[in-house]
Design a binder for this molecule. Sequence first.
Ligand code: SF4
Ligand code: SF4
Length: 507
Amino acid sequence: MAGPEFEVPKLTEYTDVPKIKEGSMAHVRSFPAAEVTQTFLGYPWKLTDDWHDRAINRMGELLGKYRSLRVFMDACVHCGACTDKCHYFLGTADPKNMPVARQDLMRQVYRRYFTLPGKIAPWLVGARDLTPEVLDDWYSYYHQCSECRRCSVYCPYGIDTAEITMAGREILNTVGMGLKYLSEILTKVQKIGNNLGLPGPALEDTLLGLEEDIEADTGVAVKMPLDVKGAEILLVTPSADFFSEPHVESLIGYAKVFHAAGASWTLSSKASEAGNFGLFNGSYEQMRTIAMSIRDAALELGVKRIIVGECGHAWRVAYSFWNTLTGIGFGGDDPFSIELQQQLDPRYKQPMHICEYTWDLIQQGRLKFDKSANDDRVVTFHDSCNVARGSRMGDEPGGQFTIPRSIIMAVVNNFHDMAAETIGEGTFCCGGGGGVLTDDLIELRVKGALPRMNAFNNVVQSDKVNFLALICAICKAQFTKVLPYYGFDRSMVGGVHQLVSTAIKLD
Ligand code: SF4
Ligand code: SF4
C-alpha cells in the first residue's frame, strides 16, 4: 500500500471534539461523472448553461414532493446538538462537515428563493444566492456525507441530514454535476444487473466454484442454486458476496444454513444485486428501476419468500421502500404487485433478512453448531447505519441490534461489545457508506472511520478482540481498506454468517 498523502488521525481512548480547522476538507473532491453514464441515466454530464434555474426548479419540485424536506429546511433552531455527532467532522475538523452546516448549504438557498423574508431581506435571515461557489460547496460537502443519519438521532427535531444530502445530490445531477462512482454503479446495475458488472455466465461459474470449495472443505455437497423455477426462497444479496473477500464467506454461510434447514432456495441471475444506489443519489425513480428487477425475478421464478443477504442499505431499501416501489410486502397496487402479493407466502415476513431467517432456525433448534470452531476469534459487532437507524428486524423493538448479536453468541464463545455510546442507535458509520466508497475519497474515508476505529481499538486492547463482525457489504469493503491505515490487519473483518459458516455442523 502506498503511503497516504494525508495525515492519518491518531487513535485515542475517546473521540474528542476537534479544534476547528476551517476548509480542511475543501480540497477533497471526487471525480465527476462521465458523459456516457450520465447520458444513460438521463442527466446532463457537464454544467448546463441554465444551471441556476434548473437547480432552483428542481429544488422546488423536491420541496413540493417531499414535505419532510421543507420541514427540515424550516425547523432547525441552530441549537448545536448535532454539531459534534458526525464522524466526518470528528475525523476532519472541517466545520462544513458539521451536520447543521451541511444542512445550511441548502437552507440558505432555500430561504433566498422559497421564503418571503429571504426574498425581501436576505441579509436578515441568512439567505444566500445560488452561485457557482455555492454549487461547488454542495459538490464537495454533499459527497462528504455518508447519509448515516447519526446526527438525526441527537437532533431535538429529528432533522435528517441524509435526506437533505440526497436532495442536494439529485439537484447536482440535474445540473450536470454527478459523481463518477455513483453514476458508474447505477449504470452497471441497470445495464448488466449488478453493481460489479458481473454477467450471468460468470455468476454461474463462480457459484459452481464455490460449491466445489465447500465440498472439498466439508465433504458435504452444499448447493448454490441459480435461477431455479419453483424454489420456495429467492435470496437476493449484494453482488460483492459473489467474489469479494470477506463477503463470499458469508454467502457460503447462507448456503450452509439453507442446506442444514433443508430449504428449497435459489439465487437469480436477473436479481443478482441487493444493493440499490438509487437511495444514495436521492432518486426514487432510479431506486424503483433497480428494485423492479427483484420483483420480475420473483414473479418469473414463482418463489414464495424473499430473503435479503448481509447489506445495510439494501436491507433499508427492502424493509422501508420495496413495498411501495415494487409491491414486495404490501403497498403496491398495480396488477404485478397484486400478483406478487398473492404469490408470496403470507405466513412469513416479506422481505425477510437473512439474520431473521437464521435466528428463527436457531430458536427452533434446527441448526447445530460447534462453537469451539470459532475459538481462535474474539468477536465484536459493528452496527451498520442503515440497519441500525433505517430499518428493524424481528418482532421486538431493537431487533436489528439483538438478533445479529444473538446469532453471534450462538456460534462463538468470545464476544465483547464496543462502548455503548458507539453502537446501537448511536453507532458510528464505517466512513464509507452512502456512496463515498471510492478511492478518490480515501482521505475522507480514513478520517471518517476514526470514531469507529477508536472504539474498536479499545476492545482490541482491553479484551483482545481480533474479529470485527458485520452485516453490511459496504462496511466490509470499507474496513478491509481502512483498517491497515490504523495498524490493524484487514483479515480482522468478516460477516456474521462467516462465523455461522465456521461453526455450523452439516450432515
Ligand atoms: S447523516 Fe451522517 S454523515 Fe451525514 S451529516 Fe449526519 S452524521 Fe454526518
Ligand atoms: S440538532 Fe437539529 S435543530 Fe439543532 S442545530 Fe442540529 S439540525 Fe438544527
